[in-house]
Write a protein that binds this ligand. Structure first.
Ligand SMILES: [Zn+2]
Length: 506
């Protein structure tokens, strides 16, 4: 029964992702339900993405893009000019905002090898940056366009009018002797970037490609951030080596900041390219409840009895209605150490809204929660429906983190807008389910990762399949407690997870 339901949903989800027309139909159908729930985004494509190097990290704008990028020409790693290893720089805040470097971030060395310096022989080029193979770049010094937009000492400018692609790339020698996760991120912005379909299967838009090389033959992985299009202000894009499937000590990293199969202009902030290795924390678990159903009180009782905290993602227009937690409930649980995330005003498909509507959802839902005396700095996308443009809007609010509904867990140095969830919204108690949960918990414990267990209603019988029974949650909490008692995992709320496992920059 369970397997049947699960398979059916997987098939449906896969079909949806492969066929946009069908997807749109399915979305419309669900949207008419009184209380639409988040669907786990598990699909063949996602599984492939997790299993194989050379694929996109995170969601794309739109769903019909080719997943696999053709393998780029083999780059022979070359020593960094002037130094065998990158010079360590202090972990300074990368832009003008406050508290952008988390404790976990500050505890590690952030390498920025003076990427912004000009080539001594050619001021139009950045030192150590070569032209991307599909086309080059120009090094520019940008004035701040607005008070909130810090001046960049220097940026790569890539302008395309007709050619296939352009950008810059640099090679950073890390020289690891043991496998340690590394975050690679950069700020970028775009002006009038218009993506165009490419018959060759290449990505299009502005994005960051990262190639990880080990010392030995075959130790290689490459990934791309989702390409972005349109006109957008400075935003962080990045990835962790773990997300890219790196399982070897990293010898060197090629970073490629590019605009491909598009027209328009992209800028990449050379002063803000950061590469940060990190030690591994003890693994952690977060009990996450979405939509603010009134049965959150049941969840509260079960977790409190075991000295655990949780997190609630709240649809603000539903607060105080018959089915939902009250403002007093939210104040009480945040007082107990729970985290409150915004989950929009009324749970729309965010990608189907106008820019103004989407920004309104992001802004007003947060303001509403703040007006109730709650601290809120993360957003959970309804239905896990988001794209890079929406992430850019959320970063500007600012939200420290946004969370989708892709199945997976989160390694150290996760990009804070690519946070993953293990969906538990099966609605049926079963041994199979607990076998799966144990595997997730083992993975988080053994690999020092952060596992978010995603749930909705905690009721004996839900409106649909997106619920778990109180008995199920009790068993689940007891199972987690065995890991906690053994010192293998900690139970933390969402905010703590972001502080400890993500690289916090806006
Ligand atoms: Zn939801």
């Amino acid at each position: 029964m369970l397997r049947g339901n699960l398979s059916k949903r997987l098939l449906l989800t896969t079909a949806c992702l492969l066929c946009s027309a069908f997807f749109a139909t399915a979305l419309t159908g669900v949207a008419e339900a009184k209380r639409p729930y988040d669907k786990p985004k598990t699909c063949v494509r996602d599984a492939k993405r997790c299993a194989e190097p050379g694929v996109i990290i995170g969601l794309q704008d739109g769903d019909q893009r080719p997943v696999h990028r053709k393998k780029p020409r083999r780059i022979t790693p070359v020593p960094v000019k002037g130094a065998a290893a990158p010079a360590a720089r202090p972990a300074t805040a990368p832009s003008a905002g406050a508290a952008e470097v988390s404790p976990a971030d500050a505890a590690v060395t952030i390498y920025n090898r003076d990427f912004e310096l000009a080539d001594p022989n050619n001021p139009a080029k950045a030192d150590n940056w070569i032209d991307y193979w599909r086309g080059g770049y120009t090094r520019v010094v940008l004035a701040a366009a607005a008070a909130a937009e810090p001046t960049s000492p220097a940026a790569l400018q890539v302008t395309l009018t007709g050619q296939a692609g352009g950008g810059g790339e640099t090679n950073v020698v890390i020289g690891q002797t043991e496998t340690t996760p590394v975050f690679v991120g950069i700020r970028m912005k775009g002006q009038n970037v218009v993506a165009r379909p490419s018959a060759s299967g290449w990505y299009w838009g502005a994005h960051l490609i990262v190639e990880f090389f080990g010392k030995n033959a075959g130790e290689y992985a490459y990934c791309s951030t989702p390409p972005a299009a349109g006109t957008f202000g400075w935003r962080w894009v990045g990835m962790t080596s773990t997300s890219c499937g790196v399982t070897f000590p990293i010898d060197n990293i090629w970073v490629e900041a590019v605009l491909e199969d598009a027209t328009g202009t992209a800028y990449f902030d050379l002063a803000q390219l950061n590469i940060a290795p990190s030690a591994l924390p003890i693994g952690a678990v977060t009990f996450q409840f979405d939509d603010g159903h009134i049965s959150g009180r049941t969840a509260e009782d079960i977790l409190t009895a075991r000295s655990f905290v949780g997190s609630q993602a709240i649809v603000t227009n539903w607060i105080n209605d018959d089915d939902s937690l009250s403002a007093a409930d939210l104040k009480r649980i945040q007082g107990k150490g729970w985290d409150i995330l915004s989950h929009s005003l009324n749970h729309p498909y965010m990608s189907q809204l106008t820019d103004a509507q989407a920004t309104n959802q992001l802004t007003r839902s947060r303001t509403k929660l703040q007006s109730l005396g709650l601290t809120v700095d993360a957003f959970a996308w309804p239905y896990g429906d988001y794209n890079q443009k929406l992430v850019g809007f959320a970063q500007a609010i600012p939200y420290t983190s946004t969370r989708g509904y892709f199945d997976g867990d989160n390694p150290i140095l996760t990009f804070p807008h690519d946070v993953r969830v293990h969906p538990l919204t099966i609605g049926i108690e079963s041994d199979t389910q607990f076998t799966q949960v144990r595997a997730w918990l083992d993975q988080a414990a053994n690999n020092h990762r952060w596992a978010i267990l995603g749930m909705h209603q905690i009721v004996a019988l839900g409106d649909d399949e997106y619920y778990n029974t109180p008995g199920y949650l009790t068993q689940l909490a007891d199972l987690v407690k065995t890991y906690v008692d053994q010192g293998r995992l900690r139970v933390i709320n969402y905010r703590t997870g972001i502080n400890e496992f993500a690289v916090l920059r806006q």
